[in-house]
Design a protein around this ligand. Structure first.
Ligand SMILES: Nc1nc2c(ncn2[C@@H]2O[C@H](COP(=O)(O)OP(=O)(O)OP(=O)(O)O)[C@@H](O)[C@H]2O)c(=O)[nH]1
Ligand SMILES: [Mg+2]
Length: 869
């Protein structure tokens, strides 16, 4: 039982409650508040009287939409709870709280176990390094199994999840397995004290798990005890620093800036100087500091490191902003992928409504409101159906306008597939700057990364800093459709300033032009958003579901059993699967279920048609021009981007790569990997190489070479197994009956193919989502067959292999998956679509047939001759 002392608690911990929708977060918060004596009566989400779901829209819908806080004391610790929304549509709101947490409680419903969204959350908690406790709630419901749940946590989340409720006989042993320090203690028979456990939790090697029920107040005290005792605290810095995570307004329309103090103190009436959202310096007086708990707020005169509060008096702050010494946090990665146009009632003027809506955008920057001056229309980005509805209701509530939305458009992005050098020069009279940038493709999901390799002798450090900050400040867009640029590394390679004439703005101009000039030369790739889906349909409708997903150009795994339903998991382009809900409900008579979550961006199939429909002309985009300005005879003149290299003052930095004798060892490894090394890599991956003699083709049979062949080198063909099966009609049919047979048949066919063409062949099957699958690498006849282990996608495996051997060997990747094709393209290896390859193999099989027939005939002729002799 908690000790409800009235003395002032001496430490504060900020704890976020995160989970998928309806897992029981708000109910758990209610239980914690009740048990700590903070609320006298236990409220309930279902009775619309919970302490934290206070907004009318939340009460109506029974879900949390806005993150909120509550304060309670437990033993000698002050806990600030941050309850977050679990619905995917409000993920950005949840993600914004992660950087200010000392630790999180990941709530899992014992009834549903780990959901797809739970895994997304797990990845986010890792990204933001948030120490995490787990509370498995709803254990009061029948059919919940503690042991099975523990196993699921181990396989799907992390081996460091340890059950603190049951405290099994091997509890200490389980802890020992989580970290080296714990293992040392264990082996030396020393006790594992709280200090050690807290350190392990802080470094995310231990995740304490508690079972119970928020609704029945079961197991909640044990969780509170553990949080008070073991949760890592904020390491207070001496200098003032604060992280802003939320902007909101109170009932009197006061603007509230929610922040967490990371260091120093903040006082009422203090002046705060900061750079605002508008880019300008602001010096504003803090008029109030409020400590919120539910709807109630308590005023305070000052706050110090570790505390979360709402500040009044600041007008230009934004969520994610760092003040003082605090570290800037990254942009949320969960972002809307659809953009809508607002349709307004005739009496409403869009130009009048737009500035008002910007108040909503302050609170949720991911709305990305846009003003389309040509059409006098407003655009807004939203995650999905529920957020769309909530947005309409909010606009009604706040501004009394009934808006509707059009059917929405996909938000594309752009990237590049090759490395280029971009040059920008800006030299109107009495100005001067030249910038050379290297633009390189990065793996999907990396975003934009900036770096410099420019020597400080050539360009002063301050100029370099300025260029990098100009680059980071600007919203770069692609040259195909003007969509945001992503997954590119931009490196400052060289630059030149003039002793007298260079001003800061010149480098801003030159660097922006350099990016655009580089993009104009690059191989540009349009990226479209994908959704990961889980589709559940009655067993007799799985055929329809599969063929629909194929028609959407989606990818999926073999269906799984889910009671009387079959479950299909996979991913598909948003453009195709958005709206599928309606189709599904129609053909399953309301029984089918579909859940979607963002699954990153991939190269777009319809690049050409979308680019031409967008009608974007990068050379006419004056705010993002690729052209440069040079100076001659005392006047500036414009030089088109494709002629800049004739005028530029510095040499090109992107030299053709020549294999030199004196390169670094790393370089040499890449340049000179030989047959033996390749064999070694292959042996490491697949074990000893055994190639049965009988599979070897006769030397005098010329192998066909559908792809241009270098005569001196064998080709290694890497085949994406499932992709080929689904692209090849007879195999596809077989797969629908029995996947095992289809895989075996494919192995046989490919070993014939490989035997005939003498190509090395690696057949890769994706085992990413098969729980507990350890993966396998085997030699089947003359080919190598890989099942990737759980957690490694086929794509990732192929990418890795291509990376290792692709530079020096003739490697060809067979897949229709654009993502792998893109990475193949980036490593400069050949790639063939699955369909195309199927045709090639069919051709080879026919050759083998003919050859066999001929050999038989010849044997026959010889025999006859022999007979005659
Ligand atoms: N049987 C049982 N039901 C629970 C328990 N905890 C929550 N519930 C019910 O589950 C539903 C969702 O609970 P909430 O607390 O609103 O869940 P949440 O995680 O806050 O949901 P969002 O904020 O919308 O993501 C409600 O109907 C609760 O009554 C529990 O321990 N046992
Ligand atoms: Mg909730």
């Amino acid at each position: 039982m908690g000790d409800r002392t009235t003395e002032k608690p001496n430490t504060t911990v900020n704890i976020g409650l995160v989970a998928h929708v309806d897992a029981g977060k708000t109910t758990l918060a209610e239980a914690m508040l009740y048990l700590s004596g903070t609320v006298k009566k236990l409220g309930r989400v279902d009775h619309r009287d919970s302490f934290l779901d206070t907004h009318s829209l939340e009460r109506q819908r029974g879900i949390t939409i806005f993150s909120k806080q509550a304060m309670l004391d437990w033993q000698d610790t002050a806990l600030t709870l941050l309850d977050t929304p679990g619905h995917v549509d409000f993920s950005a709101e949840m993600e914004r709280t992660l950087p200010v947490l000392d630790c999180a409680v990941l709530v899992i419903s014992g009834k549903d176990g780990v959901q797809a969204h739970t895994e997304t959350l797990w990845r986010l908690l890792k990204r933001y390094h948030v120490p995490t406790f787990l509370f498995i709630t709803k254990m009061d419901l029948p059919g919940t199994d503690e042991k099975a749940l523990m196993e699921e946590l181990h396989t799907r989340l992390d081996g460091g999840c340890v059950d603190f409720t049951a405290r099994a006989a091997d509890f200490e042993e389980q802890l020992a397995l989580c970290s080296e320090a714990a293992m040392d203690r264990y082996l030396q028979n020393e006790p594992m004290d709280d200090v050690l456990l807290t350190a392990m939790i802080a470094e995310r090697s231990l995740f304490p798990c508690f079972f119970g029920s928020g609704l029945r107040l079961d197991g909640v005290e044990a969780l509170l005890d553990a949080l008070a005792k073991l949760a890592p605290r904020t390491q207070a810095e001496e200098n003032f620093g604060a992280q802003i995570f939320k902007i909101a307004r109170d009932a009197q329309d006061n603007r509230l800036t929610f922040l967490k103090m990371t260091g120093g103190t903040l006082q009422v009436r203090e002046m705060l100087t900061y750079r605002g959202e508008d880019g300008a310096e602001h010096a504003e007086k803090i008029t109030q500091l409020r400590l919120y708990s539910g709807q109630k707020a308590r005023m305070t005169e000052s706050v110090s490191a570790g505390q979360i509060c709402a500040v009044l008096g600041l007008s230009a702050t934004w969520p994610g902003q760092a003040l003082g010494a605090a570290k800037q946090t990254d942009e949320p990665i969960l972002e809307p992928v659809l953009s809508y146009r607002l349709l307004l009632p005739p009496e409403t003027d869009a130009a009048v409504l737009y500035p008002k809506l910007q108040l909503l955008q302050e609170e949720d920057p991911q709305l990305r409101l846009r003003w389309d001056s040509r059409r006098q229309a407003i655009g807004v980005s939203l995650m999905g159906r529920v957020q769309t509805e909530v947005f309409r209701e909010l606009v009604k509530e706040r501004f009394d306008v009934d808006v509707t939305l059009d059917k929405g458009q996909i938000l594309y992005r752009e990237t590049i597939a090759d490395t280029v050098e971009g040059v920008g020069h800006f030299e109107p009279l009495r100005h001067y700057a030249e910038v050379h940038l290297l633009l390189e493709p990065l793996p999907a999901g990396s975003g934009l990364v900036y770096d410099t390799i420019c020597s400080e002798d050539a360009l002063d450090r301050n100029w370099q800093r300025l260029i990098l900050s100009c680059l980071a400040d600007k919203q770069h867009c692609g040259v195909l459709t003007g969509a945001p640029l992503t997954d590119v590394k931009i490196t400052l390679a060289a630059g030149k300033a003039h002793l007298k004439h260079t001003e800061g703005g010149d480098f801003r101009e030159a660097s922006s032009r350099a990016v655009r000039q580089g993009l104009m030369q690059a191989e540009n790739v349009l990226l479209e958003p994908w959704f990961a889906f889980t589709l559940e349909v009655p067993a007799d409708q799985i055929g329809r579901a599969i063929s629909d997903v194929q028609a959407m150009h989606g990818v999926f795994e073999p269906p799984e059993d889910a009671g009387e339903f079959l479950r299909l998991k996979g991913s598909a382009p948003v453009a195709e699967i958005n709206g599928y809900q309606t189709v599904l409900l129609a053909y399953t008579h309301g029984r089918g279920r579909l859940s979607l979550r963002p699954d990153g961006y991939r190269p777009c199939r319809e690049q050409d048609s979308i680019v031409s429909a967008a009608g974007y002309d990068p050379e006419a985009d004056t705010e993002n021009t690729p052209d440069s300005v040079f100076c001659a005879h005392g006047g500036g003149f414009l030089v088109k981007w494709n002629q800049v290299s004739d005028y530029m003052h510095l040499e090109s930095c992107l030299k053709p790569k020549v294999p030199a004798a004196d390169t670094t060892p790393e370089h040499r490894r890449i340049q000179s990997i030989d047959d033996r090394e390749l064999e070694a890599i292959m042996e490491r991956e697949f074990g000893p190489i055994r190639r049965p003699q009988y599979m070897r083709p006769q030397r005098n049979v010329a192998a066909p070479a559908p792809a241009a062949a270098a005569p001196d080198r064998k080709e290694t063909v890497i085949v994406d197994g499932y992709n080929l099966i689904y692209a090849w009609e007879p195999l596809k049919q077989l797969a629908e009956e029995k996947m095992d047979l289809a895989r075996e048949r494919l192995q046989d066919i490919l070993s014939n193919y490989s035997g005939f063409t003498q190509n090395e062949l690696v057949l890769v099957f994706d085992g990413y989502r098969t729980p507990g699958n350890p993966g396998s690498h085997t030699q089947v006849h003359n080919i190598r067959v890989v099942y990737t282990e759980e957690g490694e996608t086929g794509d990732a495996y192929i990418e890795r292999l291509v990376d290792e051997i692709g530079r020096n060997y003739r490697v060809r990747v067979v897949t229709s998956d654009n993502l792998i094709r893109l990475s193949a393209l980036r490593s400069g290896v050949l790639r063939t679509g699955s369909q195309e390859f199927a045709e090639e193999v069919e051709w080879v099989l026919r050759q083998i047939d003919t050859l066999l027939k001929k050999t038989n005939e010849q044997a026959h002729v010889t025999k006859v001759k022999d007979g005659k002799l």
